[in-house]
Design a protein around this ligand. Structure first.
Ligand SMILES: *Cc1c(COP(=O)(O)O)cnc(C)c1O
Length: 222
C-alpha cells in the first residue's frame, strides 16, 4: 500500500466511525504523524492532499518543515511531543499548535515569548489520564488549575485537550475522561486516538486523531 492509499483508507475509516457514532465531534481532523518519516514521505502525503502533520520533536521538525511550509503555505503543523522550556522559542516560531502544554512553567515561557513579540500557536493541554509517573501531561485533578492559569490569567489561546492512554489499558475510559474534562472547561478540541484506536476515539468525540504508522508504515524501533 502506498502512503496515498493508506491516507484514503484512514479517511474512509474516520468517516465511517463518525457515521456510526452517536455523538461525534462537529469535525474530526486527521493529524498525520510524520516523526521519523523522511521528507520524501511527507511530500507523498502532501501530494495526496494531506496538509495537517504532527511531529514529536522540535529539532526533527525544524529539519524538515520550514522549507515545506514555505513551499506549501497550507501546511498546519502540530507539536505532539514534550516541550522543554529551552526549546519554546523555536517551537512557537514553527508550530501552529502545541498539543503538549502540561505545566505552569511552560505556560509562563510561552507567554514570555509572546511578550518578546513572538507568535503564539494554538494550545492544547496534555492530560496524563493514566497517571503514569514516566509520562508527560498534567494529572487530571490538576488540569483545571493549569487551564485556568494559562487561559484566564495569562490569556493564552488554550483550545483543547490531548491524551496518550497507557498502552496496556483499554483506551475507552481515558477518552471518556478527556471528553468530560474538555466539556467541564468549555474546551472545543480533543486530540486522542492513534493508529490502533482512532475509531474508538472518534466515538468519544475526538476532533483530532493522531495517526502515524497506519499511514507511513512501521517506524524503526528506537
Ligand atoms: C507517534 C505518536 C502518535 C502516532 O502513533 P501511531 O501508533 O504510529 O499512529 C500519536 N501521538 C503521539 C503523541 C505520538 O508520539
Amino acid at each position: 500500500m502506498t502512503i496515498a492509499e493508506n491516507l484514503q483508507a484512514i479517511v474512509a475509516r474516520i468517516d465511517a466511525a463518525r457515521k456510526a457514532a452517536v455523538n461525534p465531534a462537529p469535525a474530526t481532523h486527521l493529524v498525520a504523524v510524520s516523526k521519523t518519516v523522511p521528507e520524501v514521505g511527507v511530500r507523498e502525503a502532501i501530494a495526496a492532499g494531506q496538509l495537517l502533520f504532527g511531529e514529536n520533536r522540535v529539532q526533527e521538525a525544524q529539519a524538515k518543515f520550514p522549507a515545506l511550509k514555505a513551499e506549501f503555505p497550507g501546511i498546519e503543523l502540530h507539536l505532539i511531543g514534550p516541550l522543554q522550556t529551552n526549546k519554546v522559542r523555536e517551537a512557537v516560531a514553527l508550530f501552529d499548535c502545541i498539543q503538549t502544554l502540561d505545566r505552569i512553567r511552560l505556560a509562563d515561557a510561552i507567554a514570555a515569548e509572546r511578550a518578546r513579540g513572538g507568535k503564539v500557536p494554538r494550545l492544547f493541554v496534555q492530560v496524563n489520564t493514566g497517571e503514569e509517573p514516566q509520562k508527560a501531561g498534567v494529572l487530571p485533578r490538576e488540569a483545571g488549575e493549569l487551564i485556568h492559569y494559562a487561559r484566564d490569567i495569562l490569556k493564552l489561546p488554550v483550545e483543547g485537550l490531548m491524551c496518550i492512554p497507557p498502552v496496556e489499558d483499554d483506551a475507552a475510559p481515558h477518552f471518556a475522561l478527556l471528553k468530560k474534562l474538555a466539556d467541564e472547561h468549555g474546551l472545543p478540541f480533543l486530540s486522542m486516538g492513534m493508529s490502533g484506536d482512532f475509531e474508538l476515539a472518534v466515538k468519544f468525540g475526538a476532533t483530532h486523531v493522531r495517526v502515524g504508522s497506519a499511514i507511513f508504515g512501521a517506524r524503526p524501533s528506537a
